[in-house]
Ligand binder design. Structure first.
Ligand code: GRF
Length: 211
């Protein structure tokens, strides 16, 4: 299997991007390199992280386009220009069009800050996910890495990891624990499994050949 070219899409602080960069540097992700980081917002810290790691970065500013179609078209062309084997959504806040999801079927992965199918789908992003988990009174939450399909947070699940919810937690406490203990762990692991050819997708099920 040749070295896999990863394009990472971001919209924010990029701590998950940093976890990927660190894992690549430590050799915990093998057979891969980040070909580019593409942000839907200018001036986000994820771009600084890319620059510091010597990774090419681009901004396709959602706000610079009057309609979603022209944004989608430009984003698609930009991603395509980097010839990606894998596209990673690491805190990317735009919904990808159905056509794009079909074009890169089982080649796009996302990290979501809950145990899917809880607290996911349209409108569940950022702190809202954790507010709803706290409101519901769940005792565990966590993170999910999954392939992206046409349904928001609906694609085949690759890895999940649970974290405790403590009774005095605020949504921000939970967000931090999920990020640090679950997302930063399972996102690089899932990427390594993908890039070393260890994921077999059959319908909605992902079989891990060995880790
Ligand atoms: C993470 O919680 C991720 O699950 C969600 O957005 C957040 C991004 O954080 N999709 P960061 O930009 O990687 O720090």
């Amino acid at each position: 299997m040749r070295e896999q070219r990863i394009v990472v899409l971001v919209s924010g602080s990029g701590s998950n991007l940093q976890a990927i960069i660190n894992s690549l540097q430590k050799g915990e992700i093998c057979n891969a390199k980040i070909a580019a980081v593409i942000s839907s917002k200018p001036d986000v810290y994820a771009l600084e992280r890319a620059k510091y790691a010597g990774i090419p970065s681009e901004v396709i500013d959602r706000k610079a386009f009057s309609d979603k179609e022209s944004f989608d078209k430009n984003l698609n062309l930009k991603i395509q220009s980097y010839l990606p084997d894998l596209i990673v959504l690491a805190g990317f806040l735009c919904i990808l069009p159905e056509k794009f999801c079909r074009k890169y079927k089982n080649k796009i992965i996302n990290v979501h800050p809950s145990l899917i199918p809880s607290f996911c789908g349209d409108g569940y992003y950022g702190i809202r996910v954790h507010e709803e988990a706290i409101k519901k009174g769940v005792k565990i939450s966590g993170a999910t890495v999954h392939f992206v399909d046409e349904i928001t947070d609906g694609g085949p699940i690759i890895l999940q990891k649970a974290v405790n919810v403590f009774q005095d937690d605020t949504a921000y406490d939970l967000q931090k624990r999920v990020l640090e203990e679950a997302e930063w762990d399972i996102l690089p692991r899932a990427i390594n499994l993908f890039c070393t050819g260890k994921l077999l997708v059959k319908g909605n099920h992902v079989r891990i050949l060995s880790e």
